[in-house]
Design a protein around this ligand. Structure first.
Ligand code: NAG
Ligand code: NAG
Ligand code: NAG
Ligand code: NAG
Ligand code: NAG
Ligand code: NAG
Ligand code: NAG
Ligand code: NAG
Ligand code: NAG
Ligand code: NAG
Length: 426
């Protein structure tokens, strides 16, 4: 195979600037912290035969709890601090605990991208970068550009070119008015797994009167404090391995039923991004009738088509919608809110592997000579794991599929979501 040209397209959640961008060194695999997990590649990256173009989509990096969860965590902590004695001396740390989830060092994700894809970069072809407008997403994108620039010895200096206003429709943020919530499923499950933990803790800490949602908040506190301090928080020790698997399942349900396959209007929120991806991969203008901003997407300044690396920064719920619009991680049976093992060992919907902090989906385009004709192929990686793309006709065992077959497989998006986008506003 001749090396020709690459195009890379990536979307991601926040690149983490915070310690939670990478797995803290003293943490073991499979913390089961759902979307609050530090980034850990799911597989070791293996380069494809040749690379043409890259689109990278990434989630924001580790963050403090947003205001809502932070207030709930503070209430749960104060319930525990109000009791007069702890039955077990291992709980004494609670008395003097102060809630202080500061942020930390920049982790060089942009540097990793430069190291991996440097042959695609030149003075007139630096990565094209977009972000949704939340502070944590913008900071992730900016710090990615700094990391990229520093790794190149300041030769190539990408800038954040487009910041989407989250109060409007855009492809890096979900904005469907009629979308449902996952509360039914998560409330059902927390009432089941939370009860024994509530009883255990309330008997160890008489007077605390914790509820099952307090338990969830204290488990979330373990994750947040651990990623903020780059070491395992004392709170983590209050729960055993099975309880962590149950917590992870709550996160699995939450994402599946918020913007994933379990939410009728979830996947449609990924349609605009998939149509932009197809435009980049095929070098044709964006054809989308959903949430893309046509003013921006028709301009070569805000939507150039001749770049080799694109990097977009977004949120976990939006990454999930994009995975689901594309057909990634499709489950044979829906997740059962009363029973985590109902889908057996087939379940690949595990939130800590789908959207940990700094999660990223990368689409690599390559030009290979499998026959006498040149042909274009793609490969999709989520957190460095090559996806099987079994929805794409002719896909190889290595997850490489012809670009035309990939585009044909995306009919849900190319048809504009089969009316689901209109259902968002009716
Ligand atoms: C803890 O005690 C303080 C002072 O008695 C009280 O104001 C506060 O409401 C209590 N917090 C909880 C969560 O019960
Ligand atoms: C909590 O702080 C007080 C006052 O600073 C100190 O006397 C006490 O030993 C601390 N308790 C624990 C468990 O660290
Ligand atoms: C993109 O193509 C246009 C014209 O085809 C050219 O002027 C521009 O320099 C190219 N930009 C990059 C980054 O290659
Ligand atoms: C998003 O687009 C829909 C129609 O496609 C429109 O009804 C809705 O008001 C738009 N939302 C925002 C926030 O502009
Ligand atoms: C909540 O979930 C249960 C079990 O999954 C289902 O039977 C019920 O219809 C759901 N209720 C609502 C309001 O969606
Ligand atoms: C315990 O908390 C529940 C709410 O979760 C509340 O209704 C109840 O009054 C509380 N009991 C005591 C003894 O504080
Ligand atoms: C598209 O984006 C531009 C630039 O941010 C903005 O001015 C315009 O209002 C957006 N269009 C819609 C329909 O939201
Ligand atoms: C797991 O997948 C296999 C093969 O696709 C299927 O036969 C089996 O029924 C699945 N098991 C469950 C529990 O869904
Ligand atoms: C654009 O997409 C619509 C469906 O949403 C399709 O009918 C139309 O043919 C497409 N146009 C082009 C130029 O591909
Ligand atoms: C941790 C870190 O370096 N964060 C920086 C990320 O970039 C923003 C600017 O967009 C800085 O303000 C942060 O300090």
């Amino acid at each position: 195979m001749d090396f020709r040209r690459w195009v890379l397209v990536g979307v991601g959640t926040c690149v983490a600037l915070l310690p939670g961008n990478y797995y803290p060194s003293n943490m073991v695999d499979n913390q089961n912290w759902g979307a609050y997990s530090p980034y850990l590649p799911v597989a070791e990256y293996v380069a494809p035969p040749e690379r043409c173009e890259i689109t990278q989509l990434q989630r924001h990096g580790a963050r403090d709890p947003t205001a809502g969860p932070a207030a709930k965590i503070a209430i749960a902590v104060s319930k525990l601090q109000n009791v007069s004695t702890y039955g077990d001396s291992s709980l004494d740390f609670i008395r003097n605990f102060t809630l202080d989830l500061g942020t930390n060092d920049l982790v060089p994700f942009g540097a990793e991208a430069y190291a991996r894809y440097r042959e695609l970069v030149s003075a007139d072809n630096v990565p094209f970068v977009r972000a949704s407008s939340s502070d944590r997403v913008v900071m992730s994108a900016t710090n990615w550009t700094y990391g990229f620039s520093a790794a190149s010895g300041l030769r190539f200096n990408p800038i954040l070119s487009v910041i989407f206003d989250e109060s409007a429709n855009d492809t890096l943020r979900n904005s469907c008015d009629n979308i449902g919530s996952s509360d039914n499923q998560t409330d059902t499950w927390i009432a089941i797994y939370g009860q024994p933990i509530v009883q255990r803790l309330n008997s160890a800490i008489p007077g605390a009167n914790l509820s099952s949602t307090d338990v969830y908040d204290l488990m979330a506190l373990c994750a947040f404090e651990s990623v903020a301090t780059d070491s395992i928080s004392d709170w983590c020790g209050l729960f055993d391995d099975e309880e962590w698997r149950d917590f992870e399942y709550e996160m699995d349900l939450d994402k599946y039923y918020s913007t994933g396959y379990g939410q009728p209007l979830g996947p449609v929120e990924g349609v605009g991004y998939i149509n932009e991806l197809i435009a980049r991969l095929t070098s044709r203008p964006v054809n989308d009738t959903t949430q893309s901003n046509s003013t921006l997407d028709q301009s070569s300044v805000t939507f150039p088509l001749n770049r080799t690396i694109y990097a977009d920064f977004s949120h976990d719920d939006q990454l999930i919608a994009i995975y689901s619009a594309m057909g990634l991680f499709k489950q044979t049976t829906p997740l059962d809110p009363t029973n985590p093992s109902s889908s057996g060992s087939n379940r690949t919907w595990i939130t800590s592997q789908l959207v940990p902090f700094s999660a990223r989906m990368v689409v690599e385009k390559m030009q290979c000579q499998y026959s006498s004709q040149d042909s274009e192929y793609i490969r999709v990686l989520v957190n460095d794991a090559v996806q099987p793309l079994n929805f794409c006709a002719g896909v190889t065992e290595d997850g490489i599929c012809g670009l035309p077959a990939f585009v044909r497989s995306q009919s849900y998006s190319t048809s504009g979501g089969n009316g689901d986008w209109q259902r968002c506003f009716q």
